[in-house]
Design a protein around this ligand. Structure first.
Ligand SMILES: [Zn+2]
Ligand SMILES: [Zn+2]
Length: 202
């Protein structure tokens, strides 16, 4: 789970994520200016610190193929899984279909996990015991995860009141567009073109 934000234990400076979520587009046709929610699947992510951009970032969470095979076995046996996607709210055939799609993707994926800020790989994960990330402007401060649980908020979801700008990634994790807005109760997203800057050295 991606923390809500991070705080320095020394000076209480707050660090926010610029992007907290992303989706994969596995279709073969080039993306158009609209996509339906079912055309994309959520990208599993981990919190990281990008050393190229010097910022908090969402990093793709790509576990070994074996984990995907086990998840597929589990949903075929009627169990629910949390990775690569939460299947609790899906019926059995939807869950099998989704996890099968993730499994096919994992077999194709070559490039190591990318950070969402720049598409690079010059990051460190923050959801590990060591090393703690020292706040470079502080003598003693380290940057710690904070979780805020929004309770039973039941709004219309992202993209209705303002542009969500959720990254759309291709199978190798490259940015190919943004999910921007949708109307209330609609599964159709408007899509804006987007791409990473040519990769800086990493
Ligand atoms: Zn500090
Ligand atoms: Zn970056």
């Amino acid at each position: 789970m991606i923390p809500s934000y991070y705080v320095c234990t020394g000076c209480a400076k707050r660090f926010d994520f610029e992007h907290r979520e992303a989706v994969y587009y596995f279709g073969t046709a080039p993306i158009d200016n609209q996509l339906t929610s079912t055309d994309v699947l959520p990208a599993p992510g981990r919190p990281g610190w990008c050393k190229t951009c010097a910022k908090l970032c969402f990093v793709e969470d790509i576990k070994p193929l074996r984990v995907f095979e086990e998840a597929y076995g589990a949903v075929r046996a009627g169990q629910t899984v949390e990775y690569p996607a939460e299947t609790t709210n899906l019926d059995a055939s939807q869950a099998r279909g989704q996890i099968a799609t993730y499994l096919r993707w994992r077999m194709m994926r070559v490039h190591p996990a990318r950070s969402l800020c720049c598409g690079g790989t010059n990051y460190q994960f923050l959801d590990v015991e060591q090393p703690l990330l020292k706040h470079s402007e502080c003598d003693f401060g380290v940057i710690e995860a904070q979780y805020v649980f929004p309770g039973s908020y039941n709004g219309p979801g992202p993209g209705v009141y303002s542009a969500a700008n959720i990254h759309i990634l291709d199978i190798e994790g490259l940015l190919i567009g943004l999910l921007t807005t949708r109307s209330r109760r609609s599964a159709i997203w408007n899509v804006a073109p987007a791409a990473y800057e040519p990769l800086r050295s990493d």
